[in-house]
Design a binder for this molecule. Structure first.
Ligand SMILES: [Zn+2]
Length: 228
């Protein structure tokens, strides 16, 4: 059987579009800051999906002990439940970004108005905790598509992606998670982790040890890209 060329083409285009949606660094739908082009040994740490009542607290304590600033892309629903933790992040010098209010699985497919409202609601609860407007956004699941692109036109955000995904939510094997991150460390990297896991603080401690031993400096992501 011979497959017509146009079918192969359509299939290839579909595959590329799906890839572009899932790969935030493709920059296809939305321009996102994912890795700084540099030869300097500098990286940024980012945490998604918090705050979590116990585990975020532990992550914050590790960051404080190491005197390191990070970025937290918070879920609005969690901010509403634990506003004190977001206030602590802010007071301790961390960057707080919007990661949607609901973080529902259907987020990337929400109608524009719903998506805009969801994002705005997260801005409002973060503002209520910090008193500072939110300028940074990370789309839930890192998915960008024409709907997300349209919704983001209503805001003036810097969209922050990543260059290293730790996949720390897919296993609780700290060794594996740390090894995966270490393998990919290079100048200008933006590392995606989560602060909601019981082992988040342990992973962070190990990554900080590795970075320090290898001469890396850790910068807050907005300072890394100079987009303060
Ligand atoms: Zn998330």
């Amino acid at each position: 059987m011979v497959v017509p060329l146009f079918l192969i083409l359509i299939f290839a285009i579909l595959i590329s579009l799906v890839y572009a949606s899932y790969e935030i660094s493709s920059g296809f739908y939305v321009k996102a800051y994912c890795r700084k082009k540099t030869t300097e040994k500098v990286v940024a740490l980012t945490f998604d999906d918090g705050p979590h009542p116990e585990n975020t607290e532990k992550v914050l304590s590790v960051l404080k002990r190491w005197e390191v600033e990070a970025a937290f892309f918070c879920i609005g629903e969690n901010v509403k439940k634990y506003p004190g933790l977001v206030e602590r992040m802010f007071v301790e010098g961390h960057l707080i970004g919007n990661h949607s209010y609901s973080h529902v699985n259907s987020f990337p497919l929400l109608k524009k108005e719903k998506m805009v409202n969801d994002i705005r609601k997260a801005d409002d609860v973060i503002y209520a905790s910090t008193g500072v407007p939110v300028h940074y956004f990370r789309p839930p699941f890192g998915i960008t598509n024409p709907l997300v692109k349209k919704a983001l036109k209503h805001f003036d955000y810097y969209v922050i992606g990543w260059s290293i995904r730790s996949f720390d939510t897919t296993t609780d094997n700290v060794e594996k998670i740390v090894a995966r991150i270490e393998r990919q460390i290079k100048p200008g990297a933006v590392i995606l982790m989560h602060d909601k896991l019981p082992y988040s603080a342990e992973v962070l401690e190990r990554v900080l040890t590795f970075l320090t031993e290898n001469g890396y400096e850790i910068k807050r992501v907005d300072k890394l890209f100079n987009i303060i």
